[in-house]
Ligand binder design. Structure first.
Ligand SMILES: Nc1ncnc2c1ncn2[C@@H]1O[C@H](COP(=O)(O)OP(=O)(O)OP(=O)(O)O)[C@@H](O)[C@H]1O
Ligand SMILES: [Mg+2]
Length: 245
């Protein structure tokens, strides 16, 4: 297994308050990782640090064993990491143009951009929406565009912050199913923040449980769900009780 990202003694403080304290965390290539925890646990903060959008107060991050920070990251390294957030922040234009924008910035030839956009429209089942303005999309459609826009960059690491949380249940299940098969064929390493055990269970191989800024448990998702520890038991069991309703 190839390790692509490692965090050591990561701490993040805001106004003297310690929000995050992670001793060690490592991501291996091709795995789908979940970060799950209650509201305010520090999930989004951790995702921003691990995707080099923000800098920790102290501690180190290693990308392919090379020490990197939000300040020292090279363009080449930055291009290997894509981030998609909860609010999809799409540009004021068509679906096609939104998905094409990253490749345009990378100055790919027009023909190649067109081919790739068409390929990703197809993978996410949104070919029929290509010329539609993004402001006229439903939440589920917009989230498909958001994910296609990230995946077209063929990132090594895809960081997602609650991309499905605003979607109704059937829409969410359909998108997760499609996304799962897309990920399986792309082999992308994914770091997926969610507070929803159903999403985490269906999408992730490995899980980190974050509570109060600390990693309380980590391991294979199924194992954690079946064997929560002292710290995570009440949180996981509460979720499990909702899933069996
Ligand atoms: N820039 C900031 N200034 C002040 N407090 C912050 C800042 N960023 C995060 N926090 C605080 O840090 C804690 C963790 O926030 P974070 O957004 O990472 O949690 P989360 O697990 O993503 O929560 P949610 O499930 O609600 O999205 C919260 O108490 C939040 O209020
Ligand atoms: Mg959050």
């Amino acid at each position: 297994m190839t390790e692509i990202l490692r965090a050591n003694n990561l701490e993040f403080e805001v106004l003297g308050r310690k929000i995050l304290s992670i001793q060690e965390m490592a991501l291996e290539k091709g795995q789908v990782y979940g970060i799950m925890g209650p509201n305010g646990a520090g999930k989004s903060t951790l995702l921003k640090l691990l995707s080099f959008l923000d800098s920790p107060t102290s501690g180190n991050l290693f990308f392919h064993e090379e020490k990197v920070s939000a300040k020292t990251i090279t363009l080449e390294q930055r291009r290997k990491i894509a981030v998609a957030l909860q609010q999809s922040l799409l540009l004021d234009t068509t679906v096609f143009q939104n998905i094409a924008v990253g490749l345009k910035i990378r100055k790919l030839p027009r023909k190649e951009i067109k081919e790739k956009v068409n390929e990703w429209l197809k993978k996410f089942n949104i070919t029929h929406l290509a010329d539609k303005h993004v402001y006229k999309l439903s939440g589920g459609e917009a989230q498909r565009v958001n994910l296609a826009r990230a995946m077209i960059l063929e990132p090594e690491l895809l960081c997602l912050d609650e991309p499905f949380s605003a979607l109704d249940f059937p829409t969410k299940i359909r998108l997760i199913d499609d996304f799962k098969s897309i990920l399986a064929s792309a082999g992308t390493t994914v770091l997926f923040v969610s507070h929803d055990l159903l999403e985490v269970k269906s999408l992730t191989d490995e899980l980190f449980i974050l509570m109060d800024g600390k990693l309380m448990q980590q391991g294979p998702t199924e194992h954690i769900i079946e064997n929560p520890n002292e710290c995570t038991r009440s949180f996981i069991n509460e979720w499990k009780s909702y899933l069996t309703i």
